[in-house]
Design a binder for this molecule. Structure first.
Ligand code: HEC
Length: 119
């Protein structure tokens, strides 16, 4: 009797683990591109933009976005449109970012452009 009970307990624990892993994936890693819903503009930039525009906004595959760049003279509306619909070789992020995240990343760029002595 006891010997036959051990594997049953074992398989029950395995099932619990599978359920826990699926649950953890649904609630955390598998939503919102890995970003928490309240991610800051800087976090959004680091995950979605820095690879092309540079960690320090100095550009790379994409143009510079920091202090003194051409982009610093462009409107918030143009930024939002560019992020949501893409531009040239830049992909669109309208379906990966929420409105709040778009607002925050635009605000982050404006703050960075306003800070003197960098870039
Ligand atoms: C795959 C590379 C890539 C990624 C990722 C990317 N961009 Fe771009 N971005 C570009 C390129 C290339 C351009 C220039 C497009 C053109 O004029 O053809 C551009 C243009 C822009 C512009 C207009 C500025 C200008 O001088 O043309 C803004 C603003 C901008 N990107 C913001 C962002 C933001 C914010 C993110 C993150 C949400 C982001 N980009 C992610 C490649 C990228």
């Amino acid at each position: 009797m006891r010997l036959s009970q051990v594997p049953e307990v074992g398989s029950h624990i395995v099932k619990m683990f599978v359920i826990l892993i699926v649950f953890a994936c649904l609630t955390a890693a598998c939503s919102g591109g890995g970003l928490p819903p309240d991610a800051t503009g800087q976090q959004v930039y680091g995950v979605f933009c820095a690879s092309c525009h540079g960690e320090d906004l100095s550009g790379g595959f994409g143009p510079a976005l920091g202090v003194g760049s051409n982009a610093a003279d462009m409107t918030d509306e143009f930024y939002r449109f560019t992020i949501e619909h893409g531009l040239g070789r830049m992909p669109s992020y309208g379906s990966s970012l929420t409105d709040v995240q778009v607002d925050r990343v635009v605000a982050y760029l404006r703050e960075a452009q306003a800070s003197k002595g960098e870039g």
